[in-house]
Design a protein around this ligand. Structure first.
Ligand SMILES: C[S@@+](CC[C@H](N)C(=O)[O-])C[C@H]1O[C@@H](n2cnc3c(N)ncnc32)[C@H](O)[C@@H]1O
Length: 324
């Protein structure tokens, strides 16, 4: 590939805005890494300065700005909005229409994964040389959770010739990385038609054959019982569920804190001897039930899997689980 557009910053080093200074510094650092690794989607600002409660992600020259509301307000204050637009336009020449705003108000009870717009603004980004469709406008999330970049790479590094099961697969990013790294077989399971279709596109985009990479639209809670009955085994299993999930398509409510031990002990029955299970959650107050994993080696790999552009050590937690 080698033709990623990662602009050079030449804004005359204007030091008047702390936000601009920090973005410039962060971007210069990550740009070197991005060029080397063939990646054009990454975080360029991560709530580094208290007065600017934003996270800004660069997606091939477009920007996704998350506003972290503490007061329950949906929209950022006007001065904050203007500071971000000014910083991005002077550093990158960004136009207002290439800056997409998101607000992150703490979600209650059930997680919503519904559409927020109908524009269908898809475009392609590259992560470690692998392509993904993203959309910064129409859905609550972009199609690629950037905080799991290193987790995907870790799974991919173990995937050659292996069989992978990806539960709560969203747009199949773990499976596509594993397939590109030579996985013999991947199966991705998600409840949403939108995301399974999106996942299929991600496979196609990378020229991967569909016959060895099925994508199943199903409730993982039911699917796991059926898969145990069918006696298939996997060398690698990835489980990255939502914190809470309830949908008309599901029979049961899923709460990662209450249900993970039951779910993980079932998943372990699908693990081939010598296989590895990766379990991750974004739930901040989550406590792993170690007792339910008796007879397993459980290694907390959270620190290792937080990418260098993410400055919030608690963005996700992740464990590598092996059976003795
Ligand atoms: C946090 S996202 C998973 C992120 C994904 N692992 C990744 O790395 O991109 C949660 C996903 O779980 C799916 N989901 C929620 N409840 C589900 C269920 N009961 N069965 C299957 N998928 C479910 C949602 O549709 C969504 O795609």
């Amino acid at each position: 590939m080698g033709d990623l557009h990662l602009p050079n910053i030449s804004d005359g080093e204007d030091k008047s805005s702390p936000l601009k200074n920090r973005i410039r510094k962060n971007y210069r650092h990550i740009r070197k890494w991005a060029k080397r690794t063939e990646t054009n989607c990454f975080r360029i600002y991560d709530r580094d300065i208290k007065e600017y409660p934003l996270a800004i992600d660069f997606y091939d020259g477009r920007f996704c700005v998350h506003y972290f509301s503490s007061m329950g307000d949906d929209e950022p204050r006007q001065d904050l909005y203007e500071a971000a637009v000014e910083a991005l336009s002077s550093l990158f020449g960004a136009r207002e229409e290439s800056i997409y705003w998101r607000t992150r108000i703490r979600r209650e009870k059930t997680e919503q994964y519904e559409k927020v717009n109908e524009e269908k603004e898809f475009f392609t980004v590259v992560e470690y040389g692998v392509k993904f469709r993203v959309n910064l406008l129409d859905y609550l999330d972009t199609g690629l959770f950037l905080d799991h970049r290193e987790t995907r790479r870790l799974v991919a590094s173990m995937a050659k010739g292996k069989r992978l099961l990806n539960l709560f697969a969203y747009t199949c990013s773990f499976s596509v990385h594993a397939a590109m790294a030579g996985a013999a077989f991947t199966k991705s399971v998600d409840l949403s038609n939108t995301y399974t279709a999106w996942g299929r596109e991600n496979f196609l985009l990378n020229g991967l054959p569909s016959q060895n990479h099925p994508i199943v639209r199903a409730d993982c809670l039911k699917f796991i019982d059926e898969e145990i009955d069918s006696r298939v085994l996997y060398d690698l299993i990835v489980i990255d569920p939502p914190t809470l999930s309830r949908s008309k398509k599901m029979d049961q409510f899923f709460d990662v804190q209450l249900d993970h031990s039951m779910f993980l002990s079932k998943a372990l029955r699908l693990l081939a001897p010598g296989g590895t299970l990766f379990f991750s959650t974004n739930a901040r107050k989550f406590k792993l039930d170690q007792e339910a994993l008796e007879g397993c080696s459980v290694i907390d790999i959270s620190q290792k899997t937080i990418p260098l552009d993410f400055h919030d050590a608690k963005i996700h937690r992740c464990w590598k689980i092996n059976q003795f």
